[in-house]
Write a new protein. Sequence first.
Length: 216
Amino acid sequence: MYKYVLFDLDGTLTDSGPGIINSAIYALGKFGITITDRKQLFPFIGPPLTESFRDLFGIPEDQVPLAIKYYREDYNVKGIYENSVYDGIREVLEELTKSGIKLIVATSKPDHLAKIVLDHFDLSKYFTYISGAVKDVRITKEEVIKHALEYNNITNLDEVIMVGDRKYDVIGAKAHNLKSIAVLYGGYSTREEFLENKPTYLIEKPSEILDIILER
């Protein structure tokens, strides 16, 4: 049924939480904001940094670029590698690839950083394209998905499904009339978050991705 699968990266393919959280703590510390519970920063995993700094911690709009600069100081050197591939994901990617399905990354992470992560974990070989965020060009998941579809000349939307771990993935998929698989195994979102946004499927372990896409 499906010829293309769009995968979110952070929280879906890899557990990038430790690095993202550490770098967010570093950046917020520059503004005198102390984090006492790391779970406060779970919402950082998924959406654009601009939105997270502004909406979650009230960083003024004109100071958000500075917050992101501080974040990158830490993340681009250390945080990006404080990361791991979820158990079962390699097997999922292997099976989908063997079945002739084209896999594309659709992430709010800048595309060059996404490539570093995928290369580091030897996952790049499974993907035909990376659609990531580009400053002042595409930021939201809706824009990232739009670019992925257009660049790959995908017009039959019934052949595409989006896999992600946050509501932004579901909302972005719906904006383009795509079906979606919302994943809970990452631990950075809640069942309630997804039920409010009504993904096509809601799963708890990576192997269920194969059950849905390969209709096993």
